[in-house]
Design a protein around this ligand. Structure first.
Ligand code: PEP
Length: 245
């Protein structure tokens, strides 16, 4: 069986007070046996988070990393630096980075490569827009994103997050059936490339997951947990989502 995984993506939110609140709360809640919990705060908070979360077993992830390893790239943070300060995971190709920061599939592939070279587990985010869904292009869009990002990837050190763009931060969630259909398609695609990895690969759903819809989503056969944005900023709600996984 695959271990459940819930990842918090704080985006450009949160502060030291929220880190302390979460660390204190999760120190008293023993959920790591059932589910791995990962928090991705803004990069400037990672070092503090590493110290505060140590007793709770919560793991850390970056929200992005550079496609370059080192050098004259002002403002960038490398995969190796994230690893060096205690991260285990890094989000790659989030739809906000693709849409707002012009991240291309080629850049996404470079970042996956950097992360895997440093033994940091990339969480590749894929998903279709509403227009693409309405044009019946879900499968071709997702397959295209997977093909371009994972051409040289190691499927044994990878998480994939299916995040329909129309569901991120909108309050609209994919139905469990819609999500399961895409998750199965992703797993079948992985099986066609790396048959021995497909059943082990964790595939997360993201897009307006809340405490009240998490359980039905997470109980679908190919949904192994969630990537949580807005609801991960509320300690009690995030805890309830982790408990549902
Ligand atoms: C996300 O940012 O990855 C996300 C899923 O956001 P939200 O949960 O707010 O829709």
């Amino acid at each position: 069986m695959r271990q459940a995984l819930v990842i918090a993506n704080w985006k450009l939110n949160g502060d030291t007070a929220l880190l302390k609140d979460m660390a204190e709360h999760f120190h008293h809640v023993d959920i790591q046996e059932q589910v791995n919990v990962v928090i991705c705060p803004p990069a400037v908070y990672l070092k503090t988070a590493a110290v505060l979360f140590e007793p709770s077993g919560i793991e850390l992830g970056g929200q992005n990393c550079s496609e370059y390893g080192s050098g004259a790239y002002t403002g960038e943070i490398s995969a190796e630096m994230l690893r060096d300060i205690g991260c285990e995971y890094v989000l790659i190709g989030h739809s906000e980075r693709r849409a707002l920061f012009a991240e291309t599939d080629e850049m996404v592939a470079g970042k996956i490569k950097q992360a895997q070279q440093c033994n940091l587990r990339p969480v590749l985010c894929v998903g279709e827009t509403l227009a693409e869904r309405e044009a019946n292009a879900v499968e071709s869009v997702i397959r295209g994103q997977l093909e371009k990002a994972l051409g040289e990837a190691d499927f044994n050190n990878l998480v994939i997050a299916y995040e329909p763009v129309w569901a991120i931060g909108t309050g609209k969630t994919a139905t469990p059936e819609q999500a399961q259909e895409v998750h199965k398609m992703i797993r079948d695609w992985v099986a066609s490339k790396a048959p021995e990895s497909a059943q082990k690969l964790q595939i997360l759903y993201g897009g307006s997951v809340k405490a009240d819809n998490a359980s039905t989503l997470f109980h679908q056969a190919d949904i192994d947990g969630g990537l949580i944005g807005g609801a991960s900023l509320d300690t009690e709600q995030f805890d309830a989502i982790c408990q549902a996984a």
